[in-house]
Write a protein that binds this ligand. Structure first.
Ligand SMILES: N[C@@H](CCC(=O)N[C@@H](CS)C(=O)NCC(=O)O)C(=O)O
Length: 215
């Protein structure tokens, strides 16, 4: 197979790339690096990308890392041709990664026993405060929009879906943030997104804070 995606089915950034691949209808081989289940996949992955961050795309032996770069490569139609519209998509993609996923990852990391046995409560509180700051901004930005960046499903939704899926688990989005809650529900119902959520169900026991009985 000339196109391989290395990743973990429960990983938010892997979801980003998978959603784009499903949207584009691309054929590819998913190389699962979950735990010790597939040691050959993990070895091949680390040989390509010793840093060890996933997802990683390998096309005809050429490694392509970073989820947004992978998306621009496999699903260019998820970026609008119009320059201003493309800027909005890329900006929201960065906001979802840097201002939503990064604090979510910080909170999750503080609850992973292989990282620490003593959660850093200060780091957790700062990450929760960061999410509380970005929720109203996103609520405002998404008001009146069908998808994150406007009328069409774009790369911004590939990042918005996993970011908000997990953000709401670690720091629930207040009900008053109606546009944000509605957007989260709507993007989770998109078939490409529902598919990654379903494929990850067997791994929910790995969520260190305890996966809620919903979604
Ligand atoms: N900027 C990277 C972030 C990737 C990332 O943080 N992936 C997480 C999994 S969701 C990871 O690799 N965690 C393992 C580690 O950091 O060693 C991207 O967009 O691909």
């Amino acid at each position: 197979m000339s196109l391989e995606l290395f990743g973990h089915p429960f990983s938010s950034y892997t979801w980003k790339a998978l959603i784009a691949l499903y949207e584009a209808g691309k054929s590819f081989e998913f190389r699962n690096i979950a735990g010790n289940e597939y040691p050959e996949n993990e070895a091949a992955f680390l040989a390509h990308w010793p840093v060890g961050k996933f997802p990683l795309l390998v096309e005809h032996g050429v490694p392509i890392m970073e989820s947004s770069v992978i998306i621009e490569h496999v699903a260019p139609d998820l970026i609008p041709a119009d320059r201003d519209a493309a800027r909005e998509v890329r900006m929201l993609d960065r906001v979802f990664d840097n201002s939503v996923m990064t604090p979510v990852q910080a909170i999750v990391a503080e609850h992973l026993p292989f990282i620490t046995n003593v959660p850093d409560e200060g780091r957790i509180a700062r990450a929760r405060a960061a999410l509380d700051k970005v929720y109203p901004w996103l609520d405002d930005r998404l008001t009146g929009r069908r998808w994150a960046a406007g009328d069409s499903f774009t790369m911004a939704d590939c990042s918005g879906a996993p970011a908000l899926f997990y953000a709401d688990w670690v720091q629930p989005i207040p009900k008053e943030r109606g546009a944000l809650c509605e957007y989260r529900a709507q993007v989770l119902a998109r078939p490409s997104v529902a598919r990654v959520v379903d494929e990850a169900r067997p791994y929910r026991h790995l969520f260190p804070l305890g996966a809620p009985e919903r979604d």
